[in-house]
Design a binder for this molecule. Structure first.
Ligand SMILES: Cc1ncc(COP(=O)(O)O)c(C=O)c1O
Length: 369
């Protein structure tokens, strides 16, 4: 058996959409880009969506559009992809970390609140692995202390929280369409969603070189556009997203039922009736993570570690800010114990049973030593 960690889909309808766009539209800012934006906004239940070249540029432009500037502080979590914190530095602000709640792996609102200062201009909660962050608590703190909230929904397309899609609750929501995500544009891509017309307008201008007309620029912008061909593929992928997310939930449910009797394994939170995760990743935790990963890989099961290091312990963050081990213990615990099992909509029942069988075999051997 050979089972990959992820398996992005690129089918005939997507190929046709790509070729049609290449043959019939402008390569840059063609009609598919604007169609994709309208459809994505509708899907998220917001008024505006503006596509970008990546999730990172979506986050960076959101902070700029919100007026985050030199010396401001942006609170986020150390348990994320490094780009979540980098974007604060991209706009000359200072990333400030608050540790996670080890039950959900998302930022702990109580700890976030303790990090608020007069310099706090924004917070970036991350819906890590596709599990919604505690938005009610975070939004309450943001209203009390008057800072903006940028949802990092790069891993959570379609996840729901009290009936709302993630990305639609903060001032701005940001998505990535990198190939391993729940939906992709078969390349790099991103999206900013918001109900605020002004923010949408600023992001649209900034991603297109600060243009007000073809040769007139009234702000210093970037070349952060999504290509037309990628948008055309994204439109087809978006139509598949709900079905794929349902499949991901079914895969997660089967994993959790087959692994529930293992005392050494911590399973992911399942959300309950009002929080609907989308399992971008299915992450278990065990103190035998490295040994289990090696064992599964020997048996043809590709696994991942998201992430081996929390952001504050990345060499560049240690160097810039002097962080040390022990500064954010829950995020560090997650990074030492997390193991991502194969997760994609087409994963077969027999493959999940095989993987769980191998995990049981591993722990049976462990106890017999
Ligand atoms: C949580 C999170 N934030 C931000 C990003 C950045 O997105 P991109 O790789 O599209 O720039 C990613 C994607 O890798 C991510 O997982």
């Amino acid at each position: 058996m050979k089972i990959p960690l992820a398996s992005p889909s690129f089918d005939d309808e997507m190929k046709k959409a790509a070729v049609d766009a290449l043959c019939n539209e402008r390569f840059v800012l063609g009609e598919s880009v604007f169609r994709f934006e309208e459809e994505f906004a509708r899907y998220c239940g917001v008024d505006y969506a503006v596509s970008t070249s990546s999730g990172t540029s979506a986050l960076q432009l959101s902070l700029l559009a919100l007026g985050v500037k030199r010396g401001d502080q942006v609170i986020t979590t150390p348990a994320s992809f490094v780009a979540t914190a980098n974007v604060a530095l991209h706009v000359n602000a200072i990333p400030v970390f608050a540790d996670i709640d080890i039950r959900t792996y998302n930022v702990n609102p109580e700890l976030l609140k303790k990090k608020v200062t007069r310099q706090t201009r924004a917070a970036i909660p991350v819906h890590l692995y596709g599990f919604p962050a505690d938005m009610n608590s975070i939004l309450e703190i943001s209203r009390e202390h008057e800072f903006a909230v940028v949802e990092d929904a790069c891993q959570a397309h379609g996840a729901e929280y009290y009936g709302k899609k993630v990305g639609s609750m903060g001032d701005v929501g940001c998505f990535s369409f990198y190939p391993a995500k729940n939906m992709t544009v078969c390349g790099d891509g991103g999206m900013v969603v918001t109900d605020d017309e002004e923010i949408a307008g600023i992001v649209a201008k900034l991603r297109d070189c600060g243009r007000v007309s073809h040769y007139e620029h009234d702000t210093i912008g970037f070349t952060f556009r999504l290509d037309t061909v990628n948008a055309a593929i994204g439109r087809v992928q978006l139509r598949r997203l709900e079905g794929w997310n349902e499949r991901r939930r079914a895969v997660a449910k089967l994993y959790s039922s087959l692994l529930s009797d293992l005392g050494e394994v911590v399973l992911p939170a399942n959300g309950g009736s009002v929080v609907k995760p989308v399992y971008h990743l299915y992450v278990i935790r065990t103190r035998f993570r490295d040994e289990l990963k090696a064992w599964l890989e020997q048996n043809g099961v590709q696994c991942g570690v998201h992430y081996p290091l929390p952001i504050h312990l990345q060499p560049v963050y240690r160097e810039l800010f002097g962080y040390e081990e022990g500064d954010f213990p829950e995020s560090e615990l997650l990074c030492k114990t997390a193991l991502s099992l194969p997760m994609f909509p087409g994963l077969e029942k027999q493959e999940i049973e095989y993987i769980c069988g191998k995990i049981h075999e591993f722990f049976d051997r462990q106890t017999s030593f």
